[in-house]
Design a protein around this ligand. Structure first.
Ligand SMILES: [Zn+2]
Length: 148
């Protein structure tokens, strides 16, 4: 059981990705699983008896499998790039899906930026009109008018 902390750069956007990973579950996690198993076995003992409680200790392996899955999902999530969404594990399996993921995420970012620019343009267009309405209108000065 070793812990590795490393930084690598995303091959797509070159953003640094920091990861602190354990190869497997920690001792603390195994102790937590044992405590949960003992609690479940105690409940089973109260309801069904001692033999059933002994048999119920098998749930340890179910909890262990769940914990391993959660650990794997956490490790996989930490290897993804936060900036562009590049997933190196998915890239090893299917590079087209990884590319589609990055493209859809970047497209979403571009759309969001464009929407914000449109909103700011609309606000900028409304603001001068509001300022014109609020600003004092120039009085009709007969001397400035040039009528024949
Ligand atoms: Zn990236």
């Amino acid at each position: 059981m070793s812990s590795k902390s490393f930084t690598h750069f995303c091959p797509v956007c070159r953003a640094p990705v920091k990861s602190h990973l354990h190869d497997s579950l920690t001792l603390k996690t195994h102790i937590q699983i044992v405590l949960i198993t003992l609690f479940v076995s105690g409940l089973v003992h109260l309801i069904f008896g001692f033999e059933a409680a002994l048999k119920s200790t098998v749930v340890y392996f179910i909890f262990w499998a769940i914990a391993e899955f959660l650990h794997w999902a956490q490790m996989r999530d930490r290897t993804k790039c936060r900036a562009c969404g590049f997933d190196p594990i998915l890239y090893r399996k299917d590079w087209r899906k990884a590319r589609d993921q990055v493209e859809s995420r970047l497209r979403g970012v571009v759309d969001q930026i464009l929407n914000e620019q449109l909103k700011s343009k609309k606000v900028a267009q409304k603001t001068p009109g509001q300022n014109d309405a609020a600003a004092p209108k120039p009085a009709n000065n007969p001397s400035s008018e040039t009528r024949p």
